[in-house]
Design a protein around this ligand. Sequence first.
Ligand SMILES: NC(=O)C1=CN([C@@H]2O[C@H](COP(=O)(O)OP(=O)(O)OC[C@H]3O[C@@H](n4cnc5c(N)ncnc54)[C@H](OP(=O)(O)O)[C@@H]3O)[C@@H](O)[C@H]2O)C=CC1
Ligand SMILES: O=C(O)[C@@H]1CCC=N1
Length: 316
Amino acid sequence: MLAARRVVSAATRGRRFSKFAFVGAGKMAEAMLAPLQETTIENETPSVSFYDVSCAVAKRVAEKYPSLTRAESLDECVDGADVVVLCTKPQNCDAVFADLRPVVQNQKTPPVLLSILAGVPTERFRAGLGLQKVARAMPNTPGQIGCGVTVWTAGEHKELFTDADIERCKGALGALGKEIYVEEESYVDMSTSISGSGPAYIFLLIEAMVDAGVQEGFSREVATTLVHQTILGSVKYAMESGEHPAVLKNSVTSPAGTTASAIYELEKGNFRTVVQDAIWACYRRSLEMGGLDSNVGPGRSAGPKPTTEFPDMNGN
Ligand SMILES: NC(=O)C1=CN([C@@H]2O[C@H](COP(=O)(O)OP(=O)(O)OC[C@H]3O[C@@H](n4cnc5c(N)ncnc54)[C@H](OP(=O)(O)O)[C@@H]3O)[C@@H](O)[C@H]2O)C=CC1
Ligand SMILES: O=C(O)[C@@H]1CCC=N1
């Protein structure tokens, strides 16, 4: 299922189609390319080029998406782009900056840089590439089928972005599923630990449940169907019913029944705190990668502070 096509705003009506240049065409870029080629932005299908230093990766993507333009060089890829979508690894930022800086500086109109790199703050791109307009997003792999969720920000310099710039970023990210704009960049690091990396936690759960089914004697195929459908159905039920998960869990758990025995074991293994510790560890790693204070989490000194006051005894 792909996301609904976007409605065009008056701000961008009548302009030429948007051009997106993907630098790096690996796993996450590919997840973004599939829905992007199906969507419309500014009432047009956007033009999309991509470049990857790995010929094998570029060749595979070109074969899979023949309507996209495979560029042979970074210059060719970025030439005339409205938005450069950076999809390389955070670990080789400096090498990428060295190659990309002269190319973006050479453009008549400086493009927007939309980074999906985990952990790397917008200021680092502004300094490394000499670009003013830097947006940062944290998408996830289910975006490949239009079922993703992305948290993104234009950082502290949002006022430099035109309506069309924002619409292009929103359009590209909206093609992946839900997009949530945040004013504060720290929420992008936080979302990495929940939605960005989250699919991996779910896949681990799927793997564990399927393996248990196989241990019990199901064929792997049937066990996989049981697990997929259980997780899919539970998510849809939770979303459609709007009930608190504890209520839904209790409705499955009969007195002295089977579920209670399973939940006892999960709780004995600290299931919920293990999940929460994993999420905090992921957030800490994102902050570390950005050179920020990562001493966050229960019992640690840094990190988010409550933003609202507790009500007084009268509820005011
Ligand atoms: N995977 C995920 O679920 C998510 C990933 N992200 C972020 O997305 C980014 C990409 O991750 P992912 O797709 O998994 O990584 P991949 O390694 O699959 O893709 C990165 C690609 O970029 C290529 N590359 C490296 N340097 C350059 C360069 N100078 N110019 C062009 N291409 C280059 C790499 O080639 P080579 O391997 O030869 O170096 C590789 O093919 C990361 O920053 C990650 O933090 C964000 C959200 C979710
Ligand atoms: O593991 C990572 O660093 C990337 C970022 C979010 C998902 N994968």
